[in-house]
Design a protein around this ligand. Structure first.
Ligand code: SF4
Length: 353
């Protein structure tokens, strides 16, 4: 059996979570990130560092080994083990998970199957292994799993089921109204509600789980010496150069299409510029040398409010006082003056260097 034919234990975990997710990831090789997958990688960064070859049974004592990959043709499985710990003359696979166990303290069924497979692969390689463990990073809990005959038989059945699904010509249908979809990284590719609505498998209209792509786009102006102004409902970017002060038009956008204006470095914005932008664009940001210098927000009020910087918020004794919601407006600020035509002005604290 080629390595490609072996089902990764991690994919059997996905199969138990959702057969469609397993098919999309393993058979169609489709993958997408979300916050959960990114945090998962972060939690795994230590255990993903290989610690060298682990001694085989009879070769010496195995205390602990990280990131061990083992496969078994008989099981038809390949598994990457986060940690293998020695336990007398036996070993214990420990799999890291970023989240928490179930509310009753037991592991999630998908995690249980994955670590059970890891234990079975270790047995196939001659190690004595009677239990496996899951480490849940969020609650820092270790949960042990005994390798009972029922659990082993159930795990074998799941591997066989996953293989059957993988051999199918089409991905299984999406889950219906499942809370799993909300946390699933492939929800934007799978489109469970939309698919189920089209197939008349659910009556409610689709729940929007991913934000709609906005029609508007941000405009970044990085050309030194450029000038940003507003004319006839358009944001115009020009540059004057040469002794004869020739004005060159660099670009022009309909204000309707602009979500945000960000200028970098030596770029001028006309006073009507931000005001004009703010009528339709919120927020508008101005950055200098790559760092946010001022951020301008339009508000449905005539109030002009400046939020003082940390220096302004120090008392006479030099001690910082907490920001209050009724802090008075900043007395003097170029930004406040230049944006006086706009309803409100805020600028962030300078980041310490
Ligand atoms: S969005 Fe739902 S149905 Fe689709 S793959 Fe993910 S868990 Fe499965």
């Amino acid at each position: 059996m080629m390595d490609d034919d072996l089902v990764p234990a991690r994919m059997v975990n996905e199969y138990v979570y959702c057969p469609r997710l397993f098919y999309l990831e393993w058979v169609e090789a489709r993958f997408a990130d979300n916050d959960d997958t990114r945090i998962g990688r972060q939690v795994h960064r230590w255990v993903d560092t290989e610690s060298g070859a682990a001694p085989l049974p009879g070769e010496g004592e195995l205390r602990a080994a990280r990131s061990v990959t083992l496969s078994s043709e008989r099981l038809g499985v390949i598994a990457k083990l986060d940690i293998v710990e020695g336990d007398g003359d036996a070993v214990v696979p420990v799999d890291y998970k970023k989240g928490t166990p179930q509310p009753d303290g037991t592991p999630w069924p998908s995690d249980e199957v994955q670590v059970c497979l890891q234990a079975l692969v270790l047995r196939e390689h001659g190690y004595r292994c009677e239990r496996a463990e899951l480490y849940y990073a969020e609650t820092r809990q270790r949960v042990a799993i005994e390798l009972t005959p029922e659990r082993i038989s159930h795990t074998h059945d799941l591997v066989a089921d996953a293989r059957r699904v993988a051999a199918g010509a089409r991905a299984p249908l999406p889950l219906v109204d499942s809370p799993k979809c909300v946390r699933c990284s492939l929800v934007g590719l799978c489109l469970p509600d939309e698919t189920n609505a089209l197939l008349a498998r659910r009556e409610q209209s689709p729940l929007r789980l991913v934000p709609r792509s906005p029609d508007q786009r941000p405009v970044y102006v990085t050309e030194p010496g450029a000038f940003v102004g507003v004319r006839g409902g358009r944001l115009e970017i020009t540059k004057t150069s040469g002794r004869d002060k020739t004005k060159e038009k660099l670009d022009s956008f309909r204000l309707l299409d602009v979500a945000q204006l960000a200028v970098f470095g030596r770029v001028q914005v006309s006073t009507p510029g931000p005001a004009g932008v703010l009528r339709q664009v919120d927020p508008s940001a101005v950055a200098q040398h790559g760092r946010l210098a001022v951020r301008i927000r339009g508000r449905p009020t005539t109030e002009i409010r400046g939020v003082a910087s940390p220096t302004d918020r120090r008392t006479r004794t030099g001690r910082r006082r907490p920001r209050r919601t009724h802090d008075p407006p900043a007395r003097s600020s170029t930004a406040a003056r230049c944006c006086a035509a706009t309803p409100a002005v805020t600028w962030p604290a300078r980041s310490p260097r």
